[in-house]
Design a protein around this ligand. Structure first.
Ligand code: GLN
Length: 510
């Protein structure tokens, strides 16, 4: 059932007003956010004012398609006059001076923007534990992570703190948290949604997309934000189809089941849920299952973590504390520099011979105040994981290692894309688990980056290939949600939405 449509109907039939709807969201946020930590900013007063305006338009029959939808925004998407921190100290206190294209489009569609959502710093993480605001908790079990990096978005939608949320997905950050929190998460084709105003992590991977309670709602939000944008030269001119129109079309979907997505590392319980759902669909003659192979899958994590870190190291170079970002205390820094220089000079004056040369060399090679300012600002501004990514990315791009890592990974990326092109010549969509496990305990993987990265084993390939993907709740395992993922060819969002809708329509799925 579409929450966006049912809310709108209630308002139009005068069963409730949009102000009441907003107030009930604000009340729930007040009650639950202290623990869940999904929202980092809530726009209480402004939301009520907007509710009144949209309500008037609804009454006049002039409201846009998202009137009635109360939406939260991941704190990585620029919203004019609002803090946009990317959950990082380096952007703490930064207020955007313009709206991202998706924000402008949501406003034009009369969506009501209720606040900003917690996330992993700059989108780097799979558990929402890398945030200056502290971790987000999973509404299904508050001792567990919500997934990441759009953990706040997934938790807020799951806990009914808003109707929908926007997230961003560079390697799985919409789909994996959607899976962990039991909501729908859609990563559109790269180029389908404008990235103008999305703070860049890895530009050739980043996509903005919706997290919602239903497939229909994901289609509705996508409808409003998709399409070409002169502000983003990489946005596609491909026409935007009607995403809700064919959701329940009759023809049998050909579903590819890649052997590589059901192998080692996949939790058996998760495997059984996914297998069970696919068999059910097959039995009901809704789909035709076809075993396929994506032979380069096993390289996707390595390829992703080489290329995405390379792009990140370059994108994050702009945060230098001068033009952008947190600036370290300059007067303190100058004072320290003066003292150090004086001490060196003193040593130099009182020494001779070799010793003297050494002091003089040290004095010459001292970082200038500017270089120190860059270093200090970035050291203070970035968190551990972001620093790790910058170092990895700088390493794979360095002259000595470029060919061995970066250039080679680009070639593997091409092979991974080819695997999908081959597969989509035979099937409409590809199905598998979204993540290898259900939500894990807070802190469980924080000290083991490789274990954390392995969470993205089924999601990164879509970003490497630029194709679209959706995660839809498929069942509950030991009290925790399990998501099924459908991948579709470029600009075939309609097919993955249809596949997702089939899962929703299965008995017991509501
Ligand atoms: N978990 C992945 C990472 O840490 C994906 C992040 C994302 O999609 N933004 O890079």
């Amino acid at each position: 059932m579409s929450k966006i449509r049912s809310t709108r109907e209630k308002i139009v039939n005068r069963e409730s007003s949009l102000t009441e709807v907003v107030e009930s969201y604000l009340e729930r946020i007040g009650r639950r956010n202290g623990k869940l930590n999904a929202f980092v900013t809530v726009e209480g007063e402004e939301s009520k004012k907007r509710a009144y305006e949209i309500q008037k338009r609804l009454e006049r029959g002039e409201a846009g398609p998202l009137a009635g939808c109360v939406i939260g925004i991941k704190d990585i998407i620029c919203e004019k006059g609002k803090r946009t921190s990317c959950a990082s100290n380096i952007l703490k206190g930064f207020e955007s001076i313009y709206d991202a294209t998706v924000i402008r489009r949501l406003k034009e569609a009369d969506a009501l923007l209720i606040g900003r959502l917690n996330m992993d710093e700059f989108g780097m993480g799979s558990s929402n534990e890398n945030s200056i605001y502290g971790p987000v908790r999973n509404p299904h079990d508050e001792t567990r992570v919500p997934g990441g990096s759009s953990g706040g978005s997934a938790a807020a939608v799951a806990a009914n703190l808003c109707t929908a949320a926007l997230g961003s997905d560079t390697g799985g950050s919409i789909r994996q948290p959607a899976s962990f929190c039991g909501v729908v998460g859609l990563k559109p084709t790269w180029g389908r949604v404008s990235r103008y105003g999305l703070v860049a992590f890895a530009s050739s991977f980043d996509s903005i997309g919706p997290l919602t309670n239903s497939v229909t709602d994901a289609a509705l939000v996508l409808q409003s934000i998709a399409g070409e944008d002169p502000e983003d030269g990489t946005s596609s001119a491909e026409p935007v189809p009607d995403y809700t129109a064919g959701l329940e079309a009759d023809e049998v979907l050909r579903v590819g089941v890649p052997e590589e997505y059901f192998g080692e590392g996949l939790h058996v319980g998760v495997r059984n849920v996914i297998d069970g759902r696919l068999k059910q669909l097959e039995k009901e003659r809704k789909v035709e299952l076809k075993p396929i192979s994506l032979p380069h899958s096993r390289y996707s994590i390595a390829t992703y973590y080489i290329l995405a870190t390379a792009e990140a190291s370059s994108n994050l170079a702009r945060f230098d504390g001068v033009r952008y970002g947190h600036r370290s205390d300059v007067s303190k820094l100058k004072e320290e520099l003066r003292e150090e220089r004086e001490a060196l000079q003193k040593s130099l004056n009182s020494s001779r011979g070799d010793q003297r040369d050494r002091w003089s060399q040290q004095l010459d090679s001292m970082d200038s105040a500017l270089i120190r300012l860059y270093k200090r600002s970035r050291t203070e501004g970035f968190g551990r994981e972001v620093k790790r990514r910058i170092m990895l990315g700088t390493y794979v791009l360095s002259a000595g290692y470029y060919d061995a890592y970066y250039a080679k990974a680009q070639k593997v990326r091409r092979l991974i894309r080819q695997d999908f092109l081959d597969a989509f010549s035979e099937v409409d969509v590809i199905a598998g688990p979204t993540a290898p496990t259900t939500a894990f305990e807070l802190g469980a993987r924080l000290n083991d980056p490789v274990q954390m990265y392995l969470n993205d084993i089924y999601t990164t390939a879509a970003n490497l290939a630029g194709i679209c993907g959706i995660s839809v709740p498929a069942g509950i395992l030991e009290g925790l949600p399990v998501g099924i993922q459908f991948l579709g060819n470029r600009f075939e969002e309609q097919k993955i939405l249809r596949a997702g809708r089939l899962i929703e329509l299965l008995e017991g799925q509501g």
